[in-house]
Write a protein that binds this ligand. Sequence first.
Ligand code: SF4
Length: 414
Amino acid sequence: MVHSSGLRTRDQAAVALGSKWVELATADEDAGNRYLIADATDTEPGSFADRALLRQNPLGVIEGIVVAARVLGVREAFLAIRRSFETEYGIVTRSLAEAETAGWLDRVSIKCIRTSDDYLVGEPSALLATIEGVEALPLPRDPAINGLFAGDETASRNPTTVESIETLVNVAAVVLNGSAWLRGMGTPVSPGNLLCTITGDVNRHGVVEMELGRRLVDAIEEGGCGFLPASPPKAVLSGVSSPVLTRSRLAAPMSWEGLAAVGANLGRAAFRVYGESSDMFAVAHEIAGYLYVESCGLCPACKFGSGEVTAYLARLVAGVGSRRDLEALGGRLATVTDSAQCALPTRLREVVSSIMWAFPGDAAATVDRTPGTVPSVLEPLVDIVDGRAVYGDRQSRKRADGVVQDQPVRLTRW
Ligand code: SF4
């Protein structure tokens, strides 16, 4: 049923869930234990979808885990939320107790795991490492082949699947309503609805459920209760690892295939809207700086490369850069992925390059600007209250080695 519904995973990969699960669902006993990890870490800095789901429908999330566990023959599942999600942790703890009392957990145990607040903890291999109690690094690891606790005491591979809680809520709905129900919404390639977080230059920030396949500009305008100012914006980003969407591309369908056709992707559908007066070069600096600090430092080429890209952007944004800095930036972007062990520097290159290509005027203006601007820092969303996004100050205090200090950090000299 999951296969015929065409359900795609609600994560960066957006793969067909039925195909992804075939191997796990048909694994023989020699493969060892099967595990399910429900990812509610909301690691995309502009996303609030996981927290909105946990706040509004915690029992729906637990139901999704229970149903998926039944489908896959899993007896032990984990629900991963970030350490800073205090409100959601309380909600989950109470809801798990209710589910236990109601007998939902008779055939599957669900353990709530608190992860670090780092961006990379959302990578599947880092989630597995967190649960195993070792350092959470984004190393190449296929959980279906080298799963949780694989090889600890036996040679078992313990096939494991990591799914977002939004995916699992959809699984329960498909099992309840049938595959035709999901196929009745969205497009043939992207059936169903999607949770979108909308922030930036719109009248109202929030998380809204939208049908896939609609024109992106209409979905964002409706979900955000109108643009500020009242015209299609200069640009939209769907996440820190997705190429920028310019105004001319906003008519594309909000679907995985629709955005791929215009050279972008849906990411976690964390849409940040940039109005006409936005300095997109400063936005590129914010994103590069964020990914630089959040990189794990395992591969020097990534850490140094991301740092140099951030430094060039900072000089230009601050008005002390030159045309040579601009050229050097282009050259450094070309090599930033050398020897990288994960996709993070590729994401950095894609988003920064896309902004430079899409807004050459903003790039050129940086070499003539008056010195004085202090480059800003991208702070992740910590809450949405009364239709307005709330941001913390943790990222401003986080050093490139991951240590969070009391005072703001000056990442680069310019
Ligand atoms: S590419 Fe960057 S983030 Fe990925 S493992 Fe290497 S240093 Fe860490």
